[in-house]
Design a protein around this ligand. Structure first.
Ligand code: SF4
Length: 95
């Protein structure tokens, strides 16, 4: 992971969402109509040249709200859970 990159948010200067309505990326909830909004936001993310640093930033800063790096709040919870389980398994193997 590139710590220098994560130390700043310079990557936002070239983001695909910089000309989008910010509210698109902050749906209220993850059910019903919000699913369509999340899908629209993710569609923008898929065209974004900085999707990877954006996701890394969201995970490192434990960003709880909104769509970042092509992931919803629930997607990131799942990624963090999987990472924690993998770390736990590695710890069990190393012990
Ligand atoms: S990945 Fe998505 S939220 Fe992140 S900068 Fe790009 S368009 Fe914006």
């Amino acid at each position: 992971m590139d710590r220098t990159l994560l130390a700043s948010t310079d990557w936002q200067a070239t983001s695909a969402c910089r000309h989008e309505d910010p509210e698109l990326f902050f749906p209220i909830g993850e059910t019903g109509p919000s699913l369509l909004q999340i899908g629209e936001a993710k569609t923008v993310c898929r065209t974004c040249p900085v999707i990877e640093p954006c996701l890394q930033w969201a995970l490192e800063t434990h960003e709880l709200h909104g769509v970042w790096g092509g992931t919803s709040e629930g997607d990131r919870r799942l990624l963090r859970l999987r990472a924690a389980r993998a770390a736990k398994r590695r710890g069990a193997v190393d012990a």
